[in-house]
Structures are given as C-alpha cells and as structure tokens.
Design a protein around this ligand. Structure first.
Ligand SMILES: C[S@@+](CC[C@H](N)C(=O)[O-])C[C@H]1O[C@@H](n2cnc3c(N)ncnc32)[C@H](O)[C@@H]1O
Length: 207
C-alpha cells in the first residue's frame, strides 16, 4: 500500500472528522501496516500498533518513534496487557480466513477494551472477489452483533460523482496538495450511495 495516496487522505479526513470531539487517552490499531494511517489519527494521545508483517513494523518503528509498535498475530498468539479506550482494525479482519476465526478475532478485539471503549472496524463490504473472501454489509453486521452494538456505519472508499467543474478542481488540488484536497472533498466519499461503496467503517461499542 502506498503511503499517502489520495484515498488514504480521504479515509484519514473521514475518520478524524468523525472523532473530532474525542480525545482518547490510548488507542491500539490492529493490522496497522507501516503505521501511516495510525500516525495521522489526531484524537488519540498514546498510540500502539500491531502487525503480522515484520518488515512493515520495522519501517513503522523507524518512521514513527513516538508510537509503540509490535510485530505479531493478535488473533493467534500475540497478547498485549492493559485495556484501550480506542480499538481499531482497518482492512485487517478479512485476512483471517474462516467465519469462525473471524468471530474469534472480533472477540479478541473486544477483550482489548471496556464498556467505555470505542471500536472502529473497516472492511470491504462488496462481497466476495476472486482474490479474497470479503464481507457483504449484512453479513458483517450480523457478525458484529454477537458482541457489539453498531453506532454508525460510514463509507470510506468507493466512487462518487461530482459535477465536471468540481472534478477538475479536485484533480488540480490533488496534484498540488492531497491532504488539502481530501479535507475539502471527503464528505462526498462519506455520503456516497450504497451501491458505489467499497470499504465501510463500523463504529461500535461493547454489548
Ligand atoms: C490492507 S493492509 C491495511 C493496513 C492499514 N490498516 C490500513 O488500513 O492502511 C492489511 C494489513 O493487515 C496485516 N495483517 C494481516 N493479518 C494480520 C494478523 N493476523 N495480525 C496482524 N496484522 C495482520 C498485513 O500485514 C497488512 O499490513
């Protein structure tokens, strides 16, 4: 995954906007990759990231020394002490192959928080593809409902139509400054219609 693509900045703008009134004391991001997204979340004081890829974690540690990074598989044998106020897993849960293992993964994430914690999970919701067994939205909501109350679902990536003049402005701004362009256009992505959605974010609390 490219650091800092326009799609990344759009996701970051949507997530930061959703939690703009929050200030979590600590947060953990599972399947954090090289930590680009985690580093940009501006509503968490003390951050921890875990990823199964040793290379990704080594790069993350070099780039973001203020974040605690661990290499391991939290869905198998990696354990971390303490509870977190914010627990996220962006585009990580479908790497776990079976439905039962995905249920277990969601339960393990559940155990990382308390009744007061906020959970944020993003997954591809357009069903299966040739490469991966993705979720569809209803299936993922059913899976979540075993342990979580879903407070909100928002779109993170997909397609949205703009009038031609805005499309041109967006393209030009993207070349000049992707972060700024995303700060202006993220609401179009967040509100995109259901059949044009690709990755959705599920904000949850423990049941
Ligand atoms: C599509 S990337 C998402 C990275 C980042 N969360 C983001 O949204 O930009 C998926 C990440 O999940 C990690 N991953 C896959 N299975 C995992 C597991 N069992 N435990 C921790 N990380 C895992 C991969 O190494 C990869 O970095």
């Amino acid at each position: 995954m490219l650091d800092g693509s326009y799609a990344d900045y759009i996701r970051i703008a949507i997530i930061n906007n959703l939690f703009k009134k929050n200030n979590f004391k600590n947060g953990i991001d599972i399947a954090c990759g090289e930590g680009f997204l985690l580093n940009k979340l501006n509503f968490i004081q003390s951050k921890t990231g875990i990823d199964i890829s040793k290379e990704a974690i080594n790069r993350a540690k070099e780039k973001y020394p203020n974040i605690k990074f661990y290499n391991g598989n939290p869905f198998l044998d990696f354990k971390i002490d303490g509870k977190f106020e914010f627990i996220s897993c962006f585009e990580g849960i479908y790497y776990v192959p079976t439905t039962q293992e995905r249920k277990n993964a969601l339960k393990i994430l559940y155990e990382m928080g308390t009744k007061k914690s906020t959970y944020a999970f993003s997954v591809v919701t357009n069903g299966s593809s040739n490469e991966s067994d993705y979720f569809d939205k209803k299936f993922f909501l059913d899976l979540l409902s075993e342990n979580y109350n879903v407070l909100k679902v928002v779109n993170l990536t997909g397609e949205y139509n703009l009038p031609i003049h805005l499309t041109i402005i967006q393209k030009i701004l993207c070349i000049i400054n992707r972060k700024f362009a995303a700060s202006l256009f993220f609401k179009f992505m967040q509100n995109t219609q259901q059949d044009k959605r690709y990755q959705e974010l599920f904000i949850c609390k423990q049941k």
